[in-house]
Write a protein that binds this ligand. Structure first.
Ligand SMILES: [Mg+2]
Length: 187
């Protein structure tokens, strides 16, 4: 089983860092207010500025918190049920910061794969994607991939129940085992 594990919003709580930055320069936002993937539109924040600021947050990678306490042990468990690659969409200049962050948080993975746009991920050779983006999830499901959607306020409205929702990363293990069982019973 080839598993693609996302970084932003699944392992790294980069939106936490972005909100701290935003709240110094604009109207304060709470994470729980972010109910859509493109929430920046609602707040009249320019898309380019938003992504530029996310990249800027990664420059201070040491201060970006993990989404949960157990990402290290959860990534180890995941690596027992399949080959886990980090698959992340971002600006090239931030890859080193992300790699440093993954090392600091002792995340287990095989390869690090960077793409420019999230929707490119669906074209890659993986069986299962663990992601938080409803846009990515849509393109992955359309490409016939299995999707495990990591719960975030911005994906709660994602309607397609083929995406299996998890609240904690460690819960992906049982979902993957179930996907494996279903696949072997089909073949
Ligand atoms: Mg993400």
């Amino acid at each position: 089983m080839k598993i693609a594990l996302d970084v932003d919003g699944v392992l790294a709580d980069v939106i936490h860092s972005w909100i701290l930055h935003n709240n110094k320069i604009r109207t304060p936002i709470l994470k729980s207010d972010i109910s859509e993937w493109d929430f920046w539109k609602k707040y009249n924040i320019d898309k380019f500025d938003f992504y530029e600021e996310l990249s800027m947050c990664w420059k201070s990678w040491k201060t970006i918190p993990a989404t949960e306490n157990n990402i290290s042990s959860a990534s180890k468990e995941l690596s027992k049920v399949g080959t886990v690659d980090i698959v992340t969409a971002r600006e090239n200049s931030t890859h080193n910061d992300v790699k440093n962050w993954l090392k600091m948080h002792d995340v287990t993975f095989k390869n690090y794969v960077g793409v420019m746009e999230g929707t490119e991920k669906a074209k890659l050779d993986y069986d299962i994607f663990i992601d938080d983006s409803p846009l990515n999830a849509k393109s992955m499901l359309a490409a016939g991939k299995s999707v495990i959607l990591y719960n975030q306020p911005w994906n709660l409205d994602f309607p397609d129940t083929r995406a299996k929702r998890i609240h904690e990363l460690k819960n992906a293990v049982s979902v993957i085992n179930e996907i494996s069982r279903n696949r072997s019973s089909l073949s």
